[in-house]
Design a binder for this molecule. Structure first.
Ligand code: AR6
Length: 178
């Protein structure tokens, strides 16, 4: 099952490109501490957003692992970007608590800004080296828990780059929907 409703919130896991989620009000960036362009998700989002995004980010940086900040989306087809700094696996400890914290914080920010539809990537599972199964489990466990406190947020979409990643996140979703 790639879609479940948890406490009235639709949670889904799809394959796709986080920079092309035009039906979402907000996309989440797997950021670096400096909130600069970088590679992976951050590269794709900043390239699509244009240089205005980096300029808006500059006074907000640096952020610490587990933290998140919100900006406009500039040339992206969304209204907001929430920049999350996930843990570097094996360095930022405790990595599970930090990964949970940035998901929790992202959803809290979305709620505060009355964002109905938000898309997230697989934070920390690329350059930051977090093992996929463990990251999926932490992301979906935290999301399922957070849905209890969400009112404005109606739809949470995890956008995974490949079929394998999507299957792993969908499996964790099924576990926490049970
Ligand atoms: N859409 C969806 N998922 C993507 C995309 C995309 N366009 N591009 C990559 N992924 P990463 P991190 C997947 O490295 O591990 C950056 O350089 C990718 O396959 O973007 O949190 C920043 O500047 C992987 O599964 O984020 C930071 O320094 C997942 O998204 C650092 O990397 C996350 O990969 C952050 O590392």
């Amino acid at each position: 099952m790639t879609q479940q409703t948890l406490n009235g919130v639709v949670v889904e896991c799809i394959t796709g490109d986080i920079a092309r989620q035009a039906d979402m009000q907000c996309v989440v960036n797997a950021a670096n501490a400096e909130l600069r362009i970088g590679g992976g998700v951050a590269g794709a989002l900043h390239r699509a957003a244009g240089p205005g995004l980096e300029a808006e980010c500059e006074p907000l940086a640096p952020i610490a692992p587990g933290e998140a900040v919100i900006t406009g989306a500039h040339a992206l087809p969304n209204d907001h970007v929430i920049h999350c700094l996930g843990p570097v696996y094996g360095i930022d400890e405790p990595s599970d608590a930090l990964l949970a914290a940035c998901h929790r914080r992202a959803l809290e920010l979305a709620e505060q800004h009355r964002i109905a539809r938000i898309a997230l990537p697989a934070i920390s599972t690329g350059a930051f080296g977090y093992p996929l199964e463990a990251a999926a489990d932490e992301a979906l466990r935290t999301t399922a828990e957070s849905t209890r406190a969400l009112d404005a947020v109606e739809h949470i979409r995890f956008v995974l780059f490949g079929a394998r990643e999507q299957a792993v996140y969908a499996r964790s979703l099924a576990r926490y929907a049970a």
